[in-house]
Write a protein that binds this ligand. Structure first.
Ligand code: NOJ
Length: 721
């Protein structure tokens, strides 16, 4: 580390300079930025003075080596103490080389590829002058109406925690001071942002404290344990207090219990939003409450710069709260090497070489291939072969909108569309392409052309979905079916009697009940990223065997939401041997279970599970216990399988979920090959939060389930002594 003495530096700063250091402004405010002067909308109204800009601590959304360097250069000319700026951006699933959206990545169950994708994103961002990424987003989700489910890895606390760690490692590496190819990570959104009522973005979150500890906090904690440098507060309330003003969340849980020592940043405008939330009368009170709760950086509002000074005087506070926050920011600047090298990794020449390199595109293709989930494959309509006449139909047949939300640096022109992917490997005379409909509308002409194309083919690939604006931030929907125009298109194509392979592009679990029975095959492609069309083609034609497994349940209908695998039993379970016909916990018009459960995904081959064994009848807490199972590939194609390991604590002080994922292995098997898979289980893995929030295990009976999805398992049991 460099020898800049931070305490000394802090002592030279005036209170105004310190408070400005806590302010984060978007790029257009800064001299040297490409779009300086283009300050529009609410930003214009912010009334930021030149003095604040000169002393601001960080910049939001700047990128590109040339731009970040020129902003930094201008800044250092004017900043009295020569304190460099921190550049922060949302590099969520890739910088310019776009990887599959995080929900898709989750379905790969491939932690090393997840780490690799974060490493590549960091490398491209770092040469472009970015220092911090606002990722990973690790909010646990159970409601597909919420558009931001696409940003996270799903509904399981353990799996989310594993992906959280993998991404932090990939972004940050092991030495941010020396390794300029990495960026600092910022885990978000603390806390429980993924549980808004009704799935409406920014809405109220209400849950028991116990449930929050058990389900929602572990993935943030995993990032913190992996050394994440920053945390972002959430927009929502938790138990009536907006997270951004919650001493309980920030001071007690985050700082004290989780021992987080890095920077805490508010989400965009969240400090000022304490006013409409109804816990602060005005900006001054909002500033005071946020600082008191522990928010170090205020993103994109000016409550701190406009009011903190007067608040400190008025409330007779010491400056120490401000000092602590400033010091954390200075520490990260020092750790990133910015005092010595304020441009850090920014390098125009390297930028050209590194960004969107062939190697990065190949990694994106690999992850995309592994993220695809085969939901249905009747009579082995897939894989296709190169002698078939194929009609590729639908609004996503030739559409670059396959990057998904949070891919602002990615270019749709660089994305391999499905048409491009498929045409590469095919005799063009066998392929017909027709749009059929737009995302939300259908015309007679387009439909007729598509029907004609279908009639002249042996098989139809129907590429359907949501455009990327329909999910992501503020992308909530109450109806999670495919848009009606596309359902109409589906119905018309169905009338031709040709086999239909549906390829779906979407950012959330959809209600697929309408098409599930009628399609011959369904491949969930999510938003697969820059190499999407190529990866899908590899799977459609059997060059690759699909191996993705869902990490979020697909409901039969929106009315079933929330539906998730790790739920409780009731006192009147529907499937109990003595269940009454009517007075059981059930819907009159729908199954309880989802259409496709957590952990589900088909392969072109068949994996047979047998011979589940345990090392002992009882588990001695000191020693643990282990389980083995044999998995055989008894199909014709080599492939990967995610072997999933669940437990159930049969009787607890608190009701326990029917199943909880505790471990998994991803194995590769050639046709005819058998592998024995071993799982070791330790007593710590059986602990849970009791009613007094103590984390401990209960003696007694546990069931163990091993299998290929949360529904398709073999089981046995043991006693914890
Ligand atoms: C708002 C989003 O909620 C957050 O995830 C993002 O990092 C910030 N905007 C900054 O763009």
């Amino acid at each position: 580390m460099q020898d800049v003495n931070l305490t000394e530096l802090l002592s030279k700063m005036t209170l105004d300079e310190k408070i400005a250091q806590l302010t984060q402004l978007a790029t257009p405010f800064f001299k040297g930025s490409k779009d300086q002067g283009e300050i529009t909308g609410p930003m214009k109204e912010m009334g930021i003075t030149q003095k604040v800009i000169e002393n601001a601590g960080s910049v939001l959304g700047a990128s590109g080596a040339q731009q970040t360097k020129s902003i930094q250069e201008e800044h250092l000319k004017n900043n009295r103490l020569g304190i460099p700026l921190l550049f922060m951006s949302d590099i969520v699933h890739g910088y310019e080389t776009i990887f599959p959206i995080p929900l898709a990545m989750g379905c790969s169950w491939d932690l090393s590829l997840a780490e690799k994708s974060a490493e590549i994103a960091a490398k491209e961002a770092a040469v472009s002058g970015v220092h911090v990424t606002f990722a990973p987003m690790v909010d646990l989700v159970r409601d597909p109406r919420w558009g931001r489910v696409m940003e996270t890895t799903g509904e399981d606390p353990y799996l989310n925690g594993e992906f959280s760690k993998a991404q932090v490692k990939g972004f940050q590496g092991s030495n941010l001071t020396k390794d300029f190819n990495r960026v600092a990570a910022c885990v978000k959104h603390f806390a429980a942002y993924g549980a808004p009522e009704g799935g409406r973005d920014y809405n109220t979150v209400n849950m028991s404290e116990r449930e929050m500890y058990e389900q929602y906090l572990p993935a943030y904690k995993a990032a913190i344990d992996a050394g994440v440098e920053m945390v972002m507060s959430a927009f929502n309330t938790v138990d009536g207090i907006p997270a951004t003003g919650s001493k309980y969340l920030m001071r007690k849980i985050l700082r004290k219990e989780m021992e987080f020592e890095g920077i805490l940043i508010s989400d965009w405008g969240a400090v000022k939003e304490l006013i409409p939330h109804g816990v602060a009368e005005d900006e001054a009170e909002a500033a005071f409450k946020a600082l008191e709760a522990g928010i170090d950086i205020e993103m994109m509002t000016t409550c701190y710069v406009d009011h903190l000074k007067e608040q400190i005087e008025m409330r007779n506070l010491t400056e120490s709260l401000v000092d602590e926050a400033v010091l954390r920011i200075l520490k990260l600047k020092k750790k990133l090497g910015l005092f010595e090298n304020p441009y850090r990794g920014a390098d125009e020449r390297l930028e050209n070489e590194v960004v969107m390199s062939a190697e990065h595109r190949a990694a994106s293709r690999e992850l995309a291939t592994k993220s695809l989930v085969l939901l249905k494959n009747e009579k082995n309509v897939l894989p296709l072969n190169h002698h078939q006449k194929i009609s590729l139909i639908g609004p996503f047949a030739d559409n670059g909108d396959i990057l998904g939300a949070w891919s602002w640096k990615g270019s749709r022109e660089d994305a391999v569309t499905l048409k491009e992917g498929i045409s590469q490997g095919m005799d063009h005379s066998l392929l017909t392409i027709a749009k059929g409909s737009n995302i939300q509308s259908i015309s007679e002409e387009d439909a007729a052309e598509a029907v004609q194309a279908a009639k002249n083919s042996d098989v139809v690939i129907l590429a359907l979905g949501e455009d990327s604006e329909m999910s992501g931030e503020a992308g909530s929907r109450t109806n999670i079916k495919l848009p009606q125009a596309q359902l109409d298109l589906f119905a018309k194509i169905k009338e031709t009697g040709k086999p239909i392979v549906v390829v779906l592009f979407n950012g959330r679990p959809l209600d697929l009940t309408d098409i599930h029975d009628q399609a011959d095959a369904i491949l969930e492609a999510w938003y697969p990223g820059t190499e999407g069309g190529a990866a899908i083609t590899d799977v459609l034609f059997g060059k690759e065997n699909p191996s993705g497994k869902l990490t979020m349940s697909f409901p039969y209908s929106a009315g079933q939401i929330p539906v998730y695998y790790n739920h409780f039993n009731t006192g009147r379970p529907k499937d109990a041997p003595d269940a009454q016909e009517r007075y059981a916990s059930q819907y009159l018009d729908s199954p309880n279970k989802p259409l496709y459960p957590f952990g589900f995904g088909l392969s072109y081959t068949n994996f047979l599970y047998k011979n589940i064994q345990q090392s002992a009848e009882n588990m001695d807490p000191e020693e643990g216990i282990s389980f083995t199972i044999e998995v055989t590939n008894n199909g014709k194609m080599a492939g990967e399988e995610v072997v999933q390991f669940y437990i159930q604590d049969v009787t607890g002080e608190v009701v326990r979920p029917l199943k909880e994922l505790k471990d998994f292995r991803k194995i590769f098997l050639n046709p005819g090959e058998t592998k024995e898979v071993l799982f070791n289980l330790r007593e710590e893995q059986l602990r849970y939060y009791h009613s007094d929030l103590s984390l401990k295990s209960d003696k007694g009976k546990f069931n163990v389930f091993i299998g290929s999805s949360s529904e398709d398992v073999l089981s046995l049991s043991f006693q914890l002594l």
